[in-house]
Write a new protein. Structure first.
Length: 393
């Protein structure tokens, strides 16, 4: 392996910021090749990365025989993850696979099976595990500030949802399953991480309340210029939606975890603001975040009983950070590079990534069946054991 880890990036859409974070020669890793069927997307990415000598190709298979690439980053649309990730794993290229790892339980399991059978290293990009607000909450729980976690509630307000998720392929069920999986995979993974368990049973409700009746573009029509820079308000004034709008814009999901924790997740795509609010209640207190970026607060109440208190017994400030997603993109790329080189434990987990997909997938089935409670399919114990050992046989 060369002095710097050389990376190929496959897919240059909404997560191009991760390709920028992947080019850190001073930290030992750099982007050496870009792959996208749209040459304009590759050109824009190369300009944002700002480095010379980056190759550009239009098919991921052109990267797989190159001995000068140590690993690949897969950021293509969700419905392509299974086929592309398995191609890369079978070619012996270590894979960073952007979340959600797949859009069905079966696809997620097929990816895990390919990694197991080939012995190629697999890393799934749940970057929220590197966000300061999540680490601040997890550290408070680990210190015992609230005792043992027993219930977790998450409210996800998505002000730009009509623009980010209803103007392209994200609005199509066969490309995402639904936003309870596609968008919710992050939060479901965080719930599992904070609770120390995985969802085993779900029930959900949801609907397409606002964006279902708004004007759509004809099929084959490009998205309007400035679609990710210029936003309309109120949500009902949005135009130029995808020609197919099939996923729910509001959903609520209840979960029973395998360790007895009860959790709830709520997602709304026509809110005026954009942030995640977590509440974790334990046997000796509760914590809640106020804002989810650097400089925001995580408050802990662990004395009482009392009435309403705006102040708290403890207030933790989310650490300062630079870079996209509160510094999480740079941090997760550094961990991936270290994992490719040295192996070992990582803060992210392919098994946890599969379990967030499984919870979101089964919740979506429940939602579309009137809230019927459904069990989450268990993972093959052989696969679970392999990844729990750090992908060592």
């Amino acid at each position: 392996m060369a002095d710097n880890l050389r990376l190929g990036v496959i897919g240059l859409g909404l997560r191009t910021s991760l390709a920028v974070a992947a080019h850190q020669p001073e930290r030992g890793f750099e982007v050496a090749a870009l792959c996208d069927p749209d040459p304009a997307a590759s050109a824009r990415a190369r300009e944002r990365i700002g480095a010379e000598g980056i190759d550009e190709v239009d098919d991921h298979r052109k990267l797989l025989t190159r001995s000068d690439l140590d690993a690949v980053i897969v950021m293509t649309p969700d419905d392509t993850h299974e086929a592309i990730a398995i191609d890369c794993l079978r070619a012996g290229k270590a894979v960073y696979l952007e979340k959600p790892m797949a859009i069905t339980v079966e696809s997620a399991d097929a990816i895990l099976r390919a990694a197991y059978e080939t012995g190629t290293r697999l890393y799934v990009g749940h970057n929220m595990r590197h966000m300061g607000v999540v680490r601040t909450m997890r550290d408070a729980i680990a210190r015992g500030d609230i005792g043992e976690p027993r219930t977790i509630w998450v409210r996800h307000f998505v002000s730009y949802g009509g623009d980010y998720y209803f103007k392209d392929w994200h609005a199509e069920r066969d490309r995402t399953t639904g936003l309870l999986l596609q968008k919710g995979a992050h939060d479901l993974d965080v719930v599992h991480w904070l609770a120390g368990g995985f969802t085993r049973r779900v029930s959900a409700f949801g609907d397409l309340m606002v964006y279902g009746g708004l004007p759509r573009r004809p099929e084959g029509t490009p998205r309007p210029d400035g679609w990710l820079k210029e936003f309309d308000w109120p949500p009902t004034s949005r135009r130029d939606l995808n020609h197919r709008v099939e996923v729910e814009d509001v959903s609520v999901m209840n979960m029973q975890l395998d360790n007895g924790v009860i959790a709830a997740y709520q997602q709304c795509h026509f809110s005026p603001d954009y942030f995640r609010n977590y509440t974790v209640i334990g046997t000796e207190g509760r914590l809640e975040n106020f804002g989810d970026g650097p400089g925001d607060l995580v408050k802990v109440w662990n004395t009482g009983p009392t009435g309403y208190r705006a102040d708290a017994d403890i207030a933790y400030r989310v650490p300062d950070a630079v870079g996209s997603h509160g510094g999480a993109d740079g941090a997760i790329m550094a961990e991936f590079a270290r994992f490719v080189r040295d192996g070992g434990a990582t803060d992210t987990s392919p098994v946890a990534a599969r379990m967030s997909v499984a919870a979101g997938y089964m919740a979506t089935l429940s939602l579309r069946d009137g809230g019927t409670p459904l069990d989450v399919p268990p993972l093959d114990p052989e696969l679970a054991a392999y990844f729990d050992r750090g992908q060592v046989r």
